[in-house]
Design a protein around this ligand. Sequence first.
Ligand code: PGA
Length: 253
Amino acid sequence: MNKRYLFVNNWKMNLSFNETIEFATNNYDRLVELATKTEQKIILCPSTESIYPLAQIFKETPISIGAQTVSRHTHGAFTGQVAPQSLQEIGCTHCIIGHSETKKEFTENDKCIAQKCVHLLDYDITPIICIGETEQENKSEKTLGVLESQLAPLLNALNTKTTVRPYLEPCIAYEPIWSIGTGNTPNIAHLDTIFTWLTEHIGKHAPNISWKLLYGGSINPESISLIKKISKIDGFLVGGAGLDFQKIEKIVK
Ligand code: PGA
């Protein structure tokens, strides 16, 4: 039986509201057929304002809708923020947190990502937590240390939280920053080291959670087959290529 991968399409702020609806309606039949026939999990993550209409369009199909960020608070006087409860109410099942672009733009730190993760789990939303090193850190062989410190507040917070519902399967997405949008993907030896370490590390520090491990960074129809060779990878976070149905189809197939 083929492995059931997760394909998370992060549309970032590339499509306007109208363009998002247009993409979804124009590709509705093909996306639903692709997910149904291949039995792969496809998640579309539009900007916040498009989550509700997309969740309506893809209601009762195997396509899921995710968010790109969430507030670290649950409610209150936080201008410009979106609460996890609202995401749940509008049909959002997944949420990306800690993406390097969000971290840079909103000075989101690792402690606040851990808070977001706990709240998302409380509201029945699967968190997709991004971690990854810069090019400089990679060159100076600091990658594992960087990942360990990015994960520390998260693993700490989840260890004290005993009620992660097993079906939520939180995702950790390894996204080397130097690979995002650049066309450069890590070699197999690097990925093997990272995913072996990640499996052991989370197994040791949060053994009761059923994690999924994703890779993100310049996934395209050409790079995917090499990266799929790493058996510990359960899915992919796709940026640029996820804006083109033909590329999505090739990546998923
Ligand atoms: P990319 O983006 O596939 O365009 O490199 C990945 C991401 O930012 O999640």
